[in-house]
Design a protein around this ligand. Structure first.
Ligand SMILES: Cc1cc2nc3c(=O)[nH]c(=O)nc-3n(C[C@H](O)[C@H](O)[C@H](O)COP(=O)(O)O)c2cc1C
Length: 189
């Protein structure tokens, strides 16, 4: 099978990781793949912050968790089944936001082209990681850390910058079954 199509089909959001460290050269290769993504006007409006330090990961979790719970309360009414599923995860896991992944990649973007371009760098990262036997998950809840001055300082996040992802990454402990996907809605004219 075509290896690109295979990676696109088999990549999953992984939410359980081995504690095994990711070799530096492999992480560099994956970030380089992110950097190769298309960007408007070839602006490459991104930079990458890789967090592996456990004290920093703890700070991130403390900053993100209350915000994640607030958002989840809103899901309670609109999608009670999903809410129950996620709350179960929150009760059972030590780190239900970043899934205790060995590394977290913050894709940080700025400028008029960031919104369209940075997610492409994120997808390249996720597909490249998959092709190298690693799992990833884009954790939007993990980006809700910007009210914390300490975290903001550690990420050197400027006022005109925005977090995309972050992408948690590591060797999967459990590889999930594919979720149901709707068929594409296509109109030919
Ligand atoms: C913008 C965005 C935000 C997401 N945020 C989260 C998140 O906070 N936590 C999480 O576990 N998964 C998150 N995901 C992963 C989705 O839940 C996942 O992509 C979706 O359920 C489909 O599963 P798949 O990636 O295995 O195909 C996010 C994905 C995207 C694209």
């Amino acid at each position: 099978m075509n290896t690109v199509l295979d990676a696109i089909e088999k990549r999953r959001s992984v939410r359980s990781y081995e504690s095994k460290e990711i070799p530096k050269d492999i992480l560099n290769t994956i970030i380089e793949a992110g950097n190769q993504a298309p960007s408007a006007m070839n602006s490459q409006p991104w930079r990458f912050v890789v967090v592996e330090d456990s004290a920093m990961k703890k700070k991130l979790l403390q900053a993100a968790l209350p915000n994640a719970k607030k958002i989840l309360e809103q899901v309670k009414d609109t999608d009670p089944e999903r809410y129950e599923l996620i709350m179960k995860r929150y009760d059972e896991m030590e780190d239900p936001v970043y899934y205790s992944a060995p590394a977290i990649i913050f894709v940080i973007g700025s400028g008029r082209y960031a919104d369209h371009s940075c997610p492409l760098a994120c997808e390249n990262i996720m597909l490249a990681a998959h092709s190298l036997g690693l799992g990833t998950c884009w954790v939007g809840f993990g980006s809700m850390v910007t009210e914390d001055a300490g975290v903001k300082g550690s990420l050197a996040l400027k006022d005109d910058e925005k977090i995309f992802g972050p992408i948690v990454i590591g060797y999967p402990e459990v590889y999930p079954d594919p979720p149901a996907k709707k068929p594409p809605e296509v109109k030919r004219v």
